[in-house]
Write a protein that binds this ligand. Structure first.
Ligand code: HEC
Length: 298
């Protein structure tokens, strides 16, 4: 292992960066920094670090200017870079703003084309960090439910969904007449989620914009759980504990909205999404299936 040591020298106080970046508090960052693994450093090196070296950010951030997120020592660089990333929402990290905000008076800092490039890199880095939950990295807000009392039918997820940096998305729809056990008010209703890939390596789904149309009377969904597995498996699959179960505390009132006719190929925009947060769930195979479970429907 190249970086098989514990990092006790994180220079957090030198970054001049407070909790306003990305909403993580200093103590959260510190706690998770103690769990840094070689994989995390390599994920940083192969994404944001390489980008900064290749795009001239290194002229200043390599040493002469703090934060030194491009320090010649990748471990030191990582300690400056990590607090600037919002791992709950990587594309909203400070880097995304700074890559083209012209903060340095040099043309390298005002190229809007770099926005989507660095977003993609932040997502790849974040996906690797998030996969290390056993090391104490970002805990989930929700709880899991191995045997949800209500479940949808199991449905395929399109392979290689559009990237989060594109304007398109795949939609996956569930016929709620097939809910087990059935709920009369949801007979003929459709539940839809939108799906994108967080990165071009297709390692992580972004699941978002939960919508329901066609209820014949209002219904409350209490606790929404999302399960993914390869199509070749059995059962409902696994709930991803790290960023994959944050809808578990959702209590959403489904209004009465007609099923659009014909059904659009894109999202059913006649219905407002029931939740604003999105889930990050590892892609498990080229043909995965998804099932949605509920703690209660009333
Ligand atoms: C000519 C020098 C220079 C170059 C080149 C430069 N920066 Fe900076 N950067 C600065 C200075 C000075 C600061 C600190 C002042 C500030 O926050 O604006 C800074 C701060 C930052 C911060 C920290 C913001 C914070 O809130 O702590 C980020 C992130 C950043 N730069 C990203 C970049 C990126 C990405 C590039 C390359 C596209 C880049 N910089 C190129 C001078 C530079």
């Amino acid at each position: 292992m190249r970086f098989g040591i514990t990092f006790s020298f994180f220079l957090l106080t030198l970054t001049g960066c407070g909790a306003e970046h990305g909403g993580r508090t200093g103590s959260d960052s510190q706690a998770s920094l103690e769990a840094v693994t070689p994989e995390s450093i390599q994920a940083f090196e192969s994404t944001v670090y390489n980008f900064g070296k290749a795009n001239g950010c290194v002229k200043c951030h390599g040493g002469s200017v703090n934060p030194q997120w491009l320090n010649a020592d990748p471990r030191t660089a990582y300690s400056f870079a990590r607090p600037l990333v919002n791992f709950a929402n990587p594309t909203a990290s400070t880097f995304v703003n700074y890559v083209s905000n012209n903060h340095c008076g040099d043309p390298v800092c005002r190229d809007p084309a770099n926005t989507s490039v660095i977003q993609d890199m932040l997502l790849q880095w974040a996906a690797i960090e998030m996969n290390q939950a056993s090391n104490g990295l970002p805990p989930s807000d929700g709880t899991t439910l191995a045997n949800p009392p209500f479940v949808t039918a199991t449905t395929p997820i399109p392979a290689n969904p559009p990237l989060i940096t594109s304007n398109s998305r795949a939609v996956v729809r569930f016929n709620l007449s097939q809910l087990q056990p059935p709920i009369a008010r949801l007979n003929g209703a459709i539940l839809e989620v939108s799906v994108q890939s967080y990165n071009s390596a297709y390692t992580t789904y972004k699941i978002f914009d939960l919508r329901v149309v066609g209820a014949s009377a209002p219904v409350t969904l209490d606790g929404v759980h999302v399960y993914v597995r390869p199509a070749t498996g059995t059962g409902i699959g696994n709930e991803y504990v790290n960023q994959g179960n944050i809808w578990s505390s959702l209590v959403a009132l489904v209004p009465v909205i007609a099923v659009p006719s014909p059904l659009p190929t894109g999202p059913m925009t006649s219905a407002t999404p029931l939740v604003g947060t999105s889930l990050a769930i590892p892609i498990q195979s080229a043909s995965d299936v998804i099932t949605i479970g509920f703690k209660d429907i009333r």
